[in-house]
Design a binder for this molecule. Structure first.
Ligand code: AMP
Ligand code: GLY
Length: 430
């Protein structure tokens, strides 16, 4: 099979690494990819949302399947573009339809969907500039901290958690007057949930689903979860608190109602669903202390969760993706590697604010005990250089989390670039 994978981050390198191991794969292309994906297949210089060029490439190269890494092409409707094209409709795109991608593209839609299907989530109301006064009064009825979410996609910056009523009111006014452009024309205000987060992933063909290994990511830039939010500084799988009982609740209260809800609403969804969950530590109106609630849906895999989840997926990913495309996922089996997997993200100094690109990276080939996934790298005159905030994910297996972490931290020392930074407390809280 010839497969085209779209995207260019650490998630896509990890997916490419796993896909390339499949005996079903004759040729893997990655568009646009990075310096690391070039070791797993052939990079193609096409942006992941340049639909016209992607379609032409798929036709010219007889591609059999397209796998979408990031949310952007999905929210812009790549699935529908293929489905409604006479020449391309037989080429499966792994990812939801445009309508399905709204689960990530609109927080207000996602909240409404959860409410319709009784999926436990924080109580909420949404407001626009016309209803600003009502929004301000609504804030007065809540307890701090206050959670404000821009409805649309804001590259991970659209959620504000504010300690005081004054700040919450000020930010609500700013968001509704265009702080995130059109993305914050509607703002969701929701109840603050207290607990510990984890990420659960499924693959669905629209009828059935397979649950992938769960993971926990570390979002803040600073040690012990301090400082600004990032795309993710590391991940760990399995998650000790996500035991059998917890995962059974996740499946019964969250996964099944979501997949059934999509089908009931006639939403075409054949791809990954990422459940951003929280195990709440007190009772809420729709969940008891210790139960899972949904913070958010994403319509793709997580990054850097994929850099551990793919290590723990023992089954052939391409076989599962075929099950998604052909609608016979129920007939497939899924097996996990019992070992622990962790990932430590090496980032550019200054990230998530201002940072420089283009620094040479050395020592990658000296890494022996970990798997190096490139995130923000590029090839410049034959040399690997930094090309983003998150640069390299150092992923490792271990008999347990501590052993895996020890390997990642040791191997992370071998990779050098100017202003390299990483968090040395990944997994410590678990
Ligand atoms: P989101 O973009 O929805 O994932 O939100 C980003 C982060 O904000 C989440 O990973 C949580 O850490 C936090 N967050 C979002 N909503 C809530 C909430 N209702 N209560 C507590 N924390 C939240
Ligand atoms: N790691 C969180 C995300 O991919 O959105």
């Amino acid at each position: 099979m010839k497969l085209l994978l779209l995207g260019s981050g650490g998630r896509e390198h990890a997916l490419a690494w796993k896909i390339a191991q499949s005996p079903k794969i004759d040729k893997l292309y990655i568009a646009p990819g990075n310096a690391g994906t070039a070791n797993e297949g052939e990079n193609v210089n096409i942006k992941a949302d340049d639909f016209a060029s992607i379609k032409q490439f798929v036709l010219e190269n007889n591609i059999d399947m397209v796998v979408v890494g990031p949310e952007d092409p999905l929210v812009k409707g790549i699935y529908d573009e293929f489905k409604h094209d006479e020449q391309l409709k037989s080429v499966p795109v792994i990812g939801p339809s445009k309508q399905g991608a709204v689960l990530e593209g609109s927080k207000e839609f996602a909240k409404g969907f959860m409410q319709r299907h009784a999926v436990p989530t924080a109580a909420y109301r949404s407001f626009t500039s016309e209803t600003l006064e009502e929004g301000l009064r609504f804030l007065e009825t809540l307890q701090p901290p206050y959670v404000l979410k821009a409805d649309g996609l804001c590259a991970g910056k659209g959620v504000l958690i504010l300690p005081t009523l004054d700040e919450a009111k000020k930010e609500l006014k700013e968001m509704l007057s265009g702080m995130f452009g059109n993305a914050s024309a509607t703002v969701v205000i929701e109840e603050f949930l207290s607990g510990i987060e984890c990420s659960v992933f499924v693959l669905t063909d629209g009828k059935d689903y397979k649950i992938l290994p769960e993971a926990k990511d570390y979002k803040r830039i600073g040690e012990h979860d301090t400082g600004l939010n990032t795309g993710g500084m590391g991940s760990v799988s399995p998650v000790p608190f996500a035991d059998k009982e917890f995962m059974q609740k996740v499946e019964n209260y969250i996964i099944r109602p979501t997949v059934e809800g999509l089908a009931a609403e006639g939403i075409d969804y054949k791809g990954f669903i990422f459940f951003g969950l929280i195990r709440v530590d007190r009772d809420y109106s729709c969940a008891k202390a210790g139960d899972p609630m949904v913070i958010e849906y994403n319509v793709r895999m997580g990054d850097p969760e994929t850099e551990t989840v793919m290590l723990r997926l023992k089954s052939d990913l391409v076989d599962l993706l075929e099950g998604v495309a052909e609608g016979n996922l129920a007939e497939k089996s899924i097996e996990f590697d019992p070992r622990s997997a962790v990932c430590v993200m090496l980032v550019s100094g200054g990230y998530p604010e201002h940072y420089e690109k283009g620094y040479p990276i050395t020592g990658i080939n000296d890494v022996k005990d970990s798997i190096v996934f490139h995130a923000g790298t590029a090839l410049k005159d034959g040399e690997v250089v930094t090309n983003g905030g998150r640069v390299i994910a150092v992923s490792s297996y271990g008999a347990n989390k501590a052993e895996a972490l020890q390997k990642s931290f040791q191997e992370a020392q071998k990779i050098q670039f100017t202003k390299k930074y990483f968090r040395s407390d990944i997994g410590e809280d678990l």
